[in-house]
Design a binder for this molecule. Structure first.
Ligand SMILES: [Zn+2]
Length: 56
């Protein structure tokens, strides 16, 4: 019997951080992820993933 390994199928490395906390708001305020930036729906701050940031 060599079927046991079937139960350990690996889904790949899809577990990535898709959420980011806003630096300005309180904790657990999640920013919305876009292709190139994060935006906070609460205070409007935008953080670009390339490092730049824009404070509204
Ligand atoms: Zn915010």
């Amino acid at each position: 019997m060599v079927e046991a390994h079937k139960h350990y199928k690996i889904e790949g490395e899809k577990v990535v951080r898709i959420k980011k906390e806003c630096e300005r708001c309180a904790e657990f305020t999640w920013m919305a992820g876009h292709d190139d930036r994060w935006t906070c729906g609460k205070c409007g701050m935008t953080i670009y993933k390339r490092g730049r940031r824009k404070v509204v």
